[in-house]
Write a protein that binds this ligand. Structure first.
Ligand SMILES: *Cc1c(COP(=O)(O)O)cnc(C)c1O
Length: 339
């Protein structure tokens, strides 16, 4: 067992039972549509999301990319928060590969003000790109978007004739935090991208869910972007295992993050950003220099943390209560040494 890693919930490693499921997976060539385990995973997630079809892809980035390329054509645009993953952290893929223009707008912790969105919808005029889509993210940097906001966003896009995509990399965290089934969230959207490799703890993969005809077109884009995989059932089996055994336990990650936040907030010189501490993430408001010093101090204790400012600490499957205690103790030493 290596040390404690707080950088992201992507660092989890598959445990023995998940590996056993992977080894036992029935497989076929999924580009020919012949992998039964991939088909099962796609159907299972689509059903949970209340959607007609699913598409297994290697990463969340590719899932969002394929969604954007399917919703929007060359010269179209999507409206998106300026700190959203689909805008800021995916290399501008839809613009690079699809001639799709993003229209970033203020983010407000993931809630895009709908009047502002309306103001950015372009008129039908050859000067402008054609506005096609609104893209939201949930959880958004750990924040759960309110269900009534999602309902309002649905009504809004219907009024304005736009599509609505959810980057739901961590949408299961949102569902568990709210105590609702997945489809209570996803029913408001046309399409949703869900990561298996974050809090759910699978090694690889995401699933894009949506209407049958949309997913058929998305399947083309998956192939074009190099995401057609062959005996991918080995990976899908990990996803199925995660869906069966590792969804409800996200509540443990949330409880540990809350406990961590509370303990750190009490330390001299530490400030937890309250509006950014939700689900499995804790954000520390430390000046860049102190964040770097803290990361170095933690590294000396076998604890890996990003040195960003704000500093993000993420709980996950590979962190138990003892790990959280060790992090709190290490931070206390740091705070006392500085005091
Ligand atoms: C991680 C993440 C993605 C992309 O997933 P990858 O599998 O890392 O490409 C997309 N959106 C959000 C919100 C994420 O956190």
């Amino acid at each position: 067992m290596s040390g404690i890693d707080l950088r992201s919930d992507t660092v989890t490693r598959p445990g023995p039972a998940m590996r056993k499921a992977m080894v036992a997976a029935e497989v076929g060539d999924d580009v020919y549509g012949e992998d039964p385990t991939v088909a099962r995973l796609e159907a299972e997630l689509a059903a949970r999301a209340g959607m007609q079809a699913g598409l297994f892809v290697p990463s969340g980035t590719q899932s969002n990319l394929v969604a954007l390329l399917t919703h929007c054509g060359r010269g179209d645009e999507y409206i998106v928060g300026q700190y959203a993953h689909t805008y800021k952290y995916e290399g501008g893929g839809a613009a690079v590969l699809g001639g799709v223009q993003p229209q970033p707008i203020p983010w407000d912790n993931g809630v895009l003000d709908l009047e502002t969105v309306a103001a950015f919808i372009k008129a039908d005029d050859p000067h402008f790109a054609k506005t096609r889509l609104l893209a939201l993210e949930n959880t958004a940097h750990g924040r759960v978007l309110p269900l009534d906001y999602l309902a309002a966003a649905r009504e809004f896009v219907d009024t304005h004739g736009l599509g609505l995509h959810l980057d739901g990399a961590r949408v299961f965290n949102a569902a568990v935090a709210l105590g609702v089934e997945l489809d209570a969230i996803t029913r408001h959207f046309d399409t949703v991208s869900i990561c298996l490799s974050k809090g759910l703890g699978a090694p690889v993969g995401s699933v894009l869910c949506g209407p049958t005809d949309f997913i058929a077109r998305a399947r083309r884009w998956r192939k074009v972007t190099g995401g057609g995989m062959r005996q991918a059932g080995i990976l899908a089996a990990a996803g199925l295992y995660a869906l069966e055994h590792q969804v409800a336990r996200l509540a443990d990650d949330h409880a540990r993050a809350a406990r961590l936040a509370e303990a750190l907030e009490a330390l001299p010189g530490f400030r937890v950003i309250p509006e950014r501490t939700r689900t499995n993430m804790v954000y520390l408001d430390l000046p860049a220099e102190r964040a770097a010093a803290l990361a170095e101090h933690l590294a000396g204790r076998g604890i890996t943390a990003g040195a960003g400012s704000p500093m993000r600490l993420v709980t996950h499957l590979d962190l138990d209560d003892a790990a959280i205690d060790a992090v709190i103790a290490a931070c206390r030493d740091f705070a006392e040494a500085a005091a």
